[in-house]
Design a protein around this ligand. Sequence first.
Ligand code: PPE
Length: 313
Amino acid sequence: MTLHPIWFNGKLVPHEDAKVHVLTHALHYGSSVFEGIRCYDTDAGPGVFRLREHMRRMVESARIHRMDIPYSIDELVEAALETVRESGMRECYIRPLSFRGEGPMGVNPMNNPVETIIAVWEWGKYLGPEALIEGVDVHVSSWNRMAPNTFPALAKAGGNYLNASLAKMDAVLNGYVEGIMLSYDGHVGEGSGENLFLVRDGKILTTPMALSILPGITRDTVITLAKERGYEIVETRIPREALYIADELFFTGTAAEVTPIRTVDKHRIGSGRRGPVTEELQEAFFDVVKKGNDPHGWLSFVNRTFNEVAEIN
Ligand code: PPE
């Protein structure tokens, strides 16, 4: 795998030079916030999907944790585009991260510097090469999502992912691709790195934000695309057993895109393969990111000439 330059505190440095000290606060206390973004090789040129919304969420995650990122959303957007451009990749995953750096040790992070990086790499299908068509086998995790007023779920913070990693390891060690975590009150939460949707009798249900999920940008995208296609979307508490009798289930996420779920706890979901609603919404999503059909203005084209061309058309 080619190692690409990394944007580090304002400038691009060679991959091997983007290093930190072992006393970096974030290593000891999980004090970081990050994003995951995809750049797609669309028919209209390489375009980053919902870049501004992701950078806004990162700045807001930082704000929740009283971390001042010394760059504006616009500067972070530009920096990400520059990093992708510099890599020469037409399609990649983008990982911006801000973290508390080396400084005084101790839980209080307020006197540690805030450092920011943006890295890019190739990332294929997150839940396996066949996942988007065949669907994935998952279980309900023995790990719950955090309760409100413990770890703020709206912040995509490094520390929160200790919980996600426990669920992911539990799933993989038990032979599943992913785990669905329940919320603190026993209702359906989300995957370790994905939001969850349930289809029943033509209606689409998803976990509400109040159950300590990450309010995903792909989740918002799918809600928008589904409403435009006339579906009713209900954000409501979903009991665990509703998963077993759903017509269709699917995950959404930047890495996972729109991935059908074919079994949960060895219960076959619907026909055991990708259902029609999932397929329709997958197609709507890929129509934007593959074909570059972008009525919502969700793509930031990496190569400005493409952007200008798109505007002229
Ligand atoms: N929930 C969680 C817990 C989560 O981590 C993600 C993204 C989502 C929902 C979906 O959010 P969005 O990407 O905005 O639609 N997970 C990222 C990290 C995956 C990883 O392994 O790292 C991602 O998909 O990029």
